[in-house]
Design a protein. Structure first.
Length: 396
């Protein structure tokens, strides 16, 4: 049982302190789900300070106040701008461990962290199924116009069944396009294929043998049941996917090559009644172009979990009935969010205890399974090679 010292104030920022006599001072810029992450830090002899401020996003000035004159490590959030200013402040305070509570780290200037000899952790492997489920939910909601119908019912407008009321898209037998067939893209494809018997076309820089093998095996199974088999095809370009698919789900990383990947020209390549899903990163889509496209094509639909200027939406988007919008909740299952917190804590604690880096960052069960103690390793450090950190060669 960890010891809670109470709530203290750093200027206008309230902070909950756990294990006040711990050897290492670790800051969490937000409260995180579950208790295990705190317990693991306390076990590593950390004084844990959790900012409990109600404001959604802390400014750099806020975070620098939290870091103070002495800080060994920080767990931060994807809404924060971790660049030279913050890493410089952490370095000056004697810190050398940081972890994003996210698999993505486009909000982190990794070279700046490396310059200051600060490790950058992330939380891969734990978000896959949850994010894919949310992308699937957005797909179904958009295809069957669930949100429109819900608003209609709540407004008391339903007077009786009509043949043309809220007619949407049948997914069975159509083609789903995957842009980025990594872990999440492949999991989403599996759900759409097995759940709705959709064919798959995908674009990725690398061949997704796992996706291909699953679709082929499921197609063979359908044939044994006397049903039409499903098929897959690897496209040569993004454009090839957009021209063919009835549903397109975006799962790329965000970098210079994928910023505004979906622009006006590419949106115009899609079918007029297609569905676009984005549960990756907001700037992958040119949101202004998407608003224009949705207005011009009322049968075109979109499902968005992320936004270009998050937390804001581009003007006009919220008024469109043919888009489903949710507030970045793709990873919002209790198991996943608690697992992310645990991985972030293990990244920081492991670095402070001079542990090596785990041999496989996608093999997270040894860290997030409550029934066992986590391995003596950092789950995932993205600049481990640059910092010359050793790797734990075998699983335990």
């Amino acid at each position: 049982m960890n010891q809670v010292a109470g709530i203290f104030g750093f200027g206008t920022l309230p902070v909950k302190v756990v294990n006040p006599d711990g050897r290492f001072r670790v800051i969490s810029t937000k409260p995180m789900p579950g208790d295990r992450w705190v317990d693991l830090l306390v076990k590593a002899d950390c004084r844990v300070e959790i900012c409990t401020a109600s404001k959604t996003i802390l400014s750099n000035a806020d975070i620098i106040k939290l870091i103070g004159d002495k800080c060994d490590g920080v767990i931060g959030q994807l809404t924060e701008d971790w660049g030279e200013e913050l890493f410089g402040a952490l370095d000056k305070a004697g810190g050398h461990a940081f972890s994003n509570m996210a698999v993505g780290y486009n909000n982190v200037d990794v070279p700046a962290a490396t310059k200051h000899r600060i490790s950058v952790g992330n939380t891969p492997g734990v978000l896959t199924e949850t994010t894919a489920e949310l992308a699937s939910a957005l797909t179904l909601a958009a295809a069957r116009r669930v949100v429109e119908a819900d608003v209609f019912m709540r407004a008391g407008k339903y007077d009786g069944w009509l043949p043309t009321m809220f007619v949407g898209n049948l997914l069975k037998g159509q083609t789903v396009g995957i842009i980025g067939a990594g872990r999440i893209g492949t999991a989403y494809a599996r759900m759409m294929v097995e759940g709705h018997k959709m064919n798959v076309i995908y674009y990725d820089l690398y061949q997704s043998k796992r996706l291909e093998s699953f679709v082929s095996a499921y197609g063979d199974f359908l044939k044994t049941q006397g049903e039409e088999p499903v098929h897959w095809r690897r496209a040569a370009s993004v454009e090839d996917v957009l021209k063919v698919a009835h549903v397109v789900s975006l799962h790329p990383v965000l970098d210079k090559t994928t910023f505004h990947l979906m622009n006006r020209d590419r949106l115009n390549l899609m079918k007029k009644d297609a569905i676009l899903i984005n549960a990756s990163r907001g700037p992958v889509v040119d949101e202004v172009a998407l608003v224009e496209h949705l207005r011009a094509n009322p049968m075109f639909r979109a499902g968005l979990d992320v936004f270009e200027d998050e937390p804001k939406m581009k003007p006009g988007l919220k008024d469109l009935p043919n888009v489903v919008v949710v507030p970045h909740i793709a990873s919002a299952s209790q198991w996943t969010r608690a697992g992310m917190a645990t991985l972030a804590a293990c990244n920081v604690a492991g670095k402070l205890l001079r542990y090596p880096v785990w041999h496989n960052p996608n093999d997270v069960l040894p860290f997030v399974d409550d029934s066992r103690n986590p391995p003596p390793a950092c789950p995932s450090i993205v600049n481990a090679k640059e910092l010359g950190l050793p790797t734990l060669k075998s699983s335990l």
